[in-house]
Design a protein around this ligand. Structure first.
Ligand code: ADP
Ligand code: MG
Length: 291
């Protein structure tokens, strides 16, 4: 049976936009020692925009915009949508995109006129083959917190896109308050080391894990649990669901995917990150009354 103090705390939080899927989570929340955050869509708004497009010497920019745009049109990834919209009014119907393969956490591949195209992170296109000209630019743009996407046609890296996603305006406040509370904060991202470092600094977060493949998020949460005992995970994506389930408490962004919402123990109804600290305080008060 549920204690009156617990019940009242749950309904109180619900009115304030934090939905607990059970009294036990309302009780446990105050025990969290670390909170891990997914980057895209959780700490950031999840709507990146293309800020830069560089092509290798001798490559036609329009050609890249046409083909990369047509390929990314086949993907629903936020980066893909940004890349496609950067192509503006170009008519993709002229491009025969075949054999599309989504490579989770890495990018996308497709065939056009018997040539294989790969669009994605350095590891996907092959860092060693990447040309020196674009690599130098990539490092500089990544230091600005931009996500780098390479375009490879056959064996040649022909272009790079840089994309910037804005940090949610209340994310910094949320992290600052959690840290004041003595809670360790960590960002998990599939982005490269340099970009992750810049975003982490901008958000004011204690630590980050870069180059994190979607299926590796679970292992990172397990490792954090052995270090911190009580670990919460905040996420929005389908890829986050297993990590949300692995954490002591999974917290989903209200505008997140169904998989995240279903798996989570707590839902932030308005994507409102600072509400996490309110909920922790409520949990602390509630535990004092219950005990
Ligand atoms: P995050 O961890 O930031 O939510 P993902 O795990 O979805 O990001 O993707 C990790 C990286 O893989 C991206 O930063 C990007 O470099 C690359 N990537 C994934 N999907 C695509 C795509 N459709 N087009 C280009 N790059 C992609
Ligand atoms: Mg996300």
């Amino acid at each position: 049976s549920i204690m009156p103090a617990t019940l009242s705390a749950i309904s109180n939080s619900a009115r304030r936009g934090v939905l607990f899927k059970g009294g036990v989570h309302a009780e446990n929340l105050s025990h969290m020692q670390a909170i891990a955050f997914d980057k895209t869509g959780t700490l950031t708004n999840g709507t990146p925009e293309v800020t830069d497009l560089y092509v290798s010497p001798g490559i036609d920019k329009e050609d890249v915009l046409l083909h990369a745009g047509a390929i990314e049109k086949e993907s629903t990834h936020p980066l893909a949508e940004a890349i496609t919209s950067r192509s503006g009014d170009l008519d993709f119907s002229m491009v025969d995109v075949q054999n599309v393969k989504t490579l989770s956490g890495n990018g996308i591949a497709a065939v056009i006129n018997d040539e294989t195209w790969k669009i994605g992170k350095a590891a996907l296109v092959g860092e060693t083959e990447a040309n020196g000209f674009l690599n130098g630019i990539a490092e500089k743009l990544a230091a600005e917190g931009k996500t780098i996407v390479f375009v490879k046609r056959s064996k040649e890296i022909i272009a790079l896109y840089a994309l910037k996603d804005t940090i949610r305006k209340d994310a910094k406040i949320a992290i600052k308050t959690l840290r004041k509370h003595g809670i360790h904060t960590i960002m998990l991202t599939g982005d490269n080391e340099t970009t992750a470092k810049a975003i982490a600094a901008e958000a004011g977060i204690d630590d980050y894990i870069a180059k994190c493949l979607p299926e590796e998020k679970v292992d990172h949460i397990k490792a954090l649990r052995s270090k911190f005992n009580h670990v919460a995970m905040v996420g929005d994506g389908i890829n986050d669901a297993p990590a949300l389930a692995t954490a002591n408490i999974g917290i989903a962004m209200g505008k997140g995917t169904d998989a995240a919402l279903e798996t989570a123990d707590v839902v932030l109804m308005k994507n409102d990150l600072p509400k996490i600290t309110n909920a922790i305080q409520l949990s602390e008060r509630m535990n004092r009354i219950v005990k």
